[in-house]
Design a protein around this ligand. Structure first.
Ligand SMILES: *[C@@H]1O[C@H](CO)[C@@H](O)[C@H](O)[C@H]1NC(C)=O
Ligand SMILES: *[C@@H]1O[C@H](CO)[C@@H](O)[C@H](O)[C@H]1NC(C)=O
Ligand SMILES: *[C@@H]1O[C@H](CO)[C@@H](O)[C@H](O)[C@H]1NC(C)=O
Ligand SMILES: *[C@@H]1O[C@H](CO)[C@@H](O)[C@H](O)[C@H]1NC(C)=O
Ligand SMILES: *[C@@H]1O[C@H](CO)[C@@H](O)[C@H](O)[C@H]1NC(C)=O
Length: 354
């Protein structure tokens, strides 16, 4: 009895299995054709773009409407946003970045929302601008068409100073004069790359015995090749501001980060800097090297949030630089922070002692 029942069961089972399988296929097939469009609705390109950017008016700017149409008709499920259009639309206030925490993923091409990959497309014009800036800032030429040029009064003062300058006060064109005071604190962001090596050698030669110097600088990550697309991405926040740029006639305006920074942060190498400081005659002793990338990124993010949310700071900035200048500054601070978070840039603090 039990044997026949078992037999029955074993013969019935495969056929019922087969039927169930057929039913399942049918269901899957039906649901994919019938309810397909409704299921896809939240995953269209508009929705994906909407998670990154928020239009400030009811309608998307025309170019983004076109971009969505274009991306939808292509099969790659990729939305490729032009970098210059993105920066321009943010500066003129047409769109906003919803969450700056998305930028590191956007920069490393890992931003996927609703099955859409969102990437930045670099334009030739930007690559050329970066090339010109890198060449110019090597010798600290003033680029004619860029609004911000180095201030001559500062330059003269820098040549004739015997006091330690606060990091805020280095003129871009003057080689730093390293003063003979303890705890010199230097930031290379404003130093032309052609001056880096002579300045380090000068520091090595002139630092008084028993004193220490703190150097703080940015370097590109080893995988960021010179003039590669990632290099262009890294250069963006260092380029002279278009909106929040100091007028050439008024050198006293202390716009936060509005002064021209050089391309040195994108070309410096930690290894080379340490080598210059700690080898040869009058070599310095290395006291500490620390990677402060995370703290630096956090500091930039906090400053950007402050610029956005502290109404007095915001109003003062807008009074000085206008709405576009304010949006640009906020974007560039967030952009720079994201470069550190994405591991494209690194920030170092090195302490040397004689
Ligand atoms: C995308 O989704 C939004 C909201 O769900 C809808 O309004 C829009 O018409 C959709 N666009 C396309 C091309 O399906
Ligand atoms: C620096 O400036 C002062 C006057 O401000 C002048 O007396 C001095 O000679 C200058 N030093 C150099 C090295 O030019
Ligand atoms: C520079 O800007 C400051 C602050 O706005 C202003 O007080 C000063 O008069 C300006 N100087 C010149 C030479 O324009
Ligand atoms: C280097 O400096 C960092 C930050 O100030 C500190 O946490 C670390 O202990 C120092 N390392 C050495 C070896 O002194
Ligand atoms: C420096 O610190 C950042 C953030 O903590 C990290 O992502 C990066 O890998 C570090 N770089 C090196 C060379 O250790």
């Amino acid at each position: 009895m039990t044997v026949t029942l078992d037999l029955n069961a074993s013969t019935i089972l495969p056929s019922s299995c087969f039927a169930a399988l057929c039913l399942l296929f049918l269901l899957v097939f039906c649901s994919s054709t019938v309810s397909g469009p409704t299921a896809k609705k939240p995953s269209n390109a508009t929705q994906a773009l909407f998670t990154l950017l928020a239009p400030t008016s009811v309608a998307w700017p025309k170019e983004y409407a076109r971009l969505v149409t274009h991306s939808t008709s292509s099969r790659s499920k990729t939305i490729s946003i032009s970098m210059s259009s993105l920066i321009n639309r943010i500066c003129d206030g047409a769109v906003e970045i919803r969450d700056y925490a998305d930028l590191p993923d956007l920069f490393s091409e890992n931003l996927v929302v609703y099955g859409w990959r969102i990437t930045l497309a670099l334009d030739t014009a930007w690559n050329l601008q970066v090339l010109r800036w890198v060449t110019g800032s090597y010798f600290s030429w003033s680029l004619v068409d860029l609004d911000s040029v180095s201030c001559l009064p500062n330059l003269k003062r820098a040549h004739n100073t015997s006091e330690p300058k606060p990091t805020d006060d280095e003129s871009p064109a003057a080689p730093l004069s390293f003063s003979i005071t303890p705890n010199v604190h230097l930031d290379f962001d404003y130093l032309p790359f052609s001056c880096l090596e002579p300045s380090l050698l000068e520091l090595r030669a002139t630092l008084a015995p028993g004193t220490s110097a703190t150097l703080e600088f940015t370097t590109p990550a080893p995988h960021v090749a010179f003039l590669s697309p990632q290099f262009t991405l890294c250069a963006v926040p260092f380029l002279p501001r278009r909106h929040a740029a100091p007028p050439t006639s008024n050198c006293t305006l202390p716009g936060p980060r509005a002064r021209t920074r050089t391309a040195t942060p994108l070309q410096a190498s930690l290894h080379r800097i340490l080598e210059l400081l700690t080898t040869g005659t009058a070599a310095l002793a290395l006291e500490n090297v620390s990677n402060v990338s995370r703290q630096y990124a956090d500091g930039l993010s906090a400053a950007a949030t402050h610029l956005e949310e502290a109404s007095a700071t915001r109003a003062a900035f807008i009074r000085q630089w206008g709405d576009a200048g304010w949006r640009e500054e906020r974007l560039m601070m967030g952009w720079e922070a994201a470069l550190f978070s994405a591991g494209l840039l690194m920030r170092w603090v090195v302490v040397v002692r004689k």
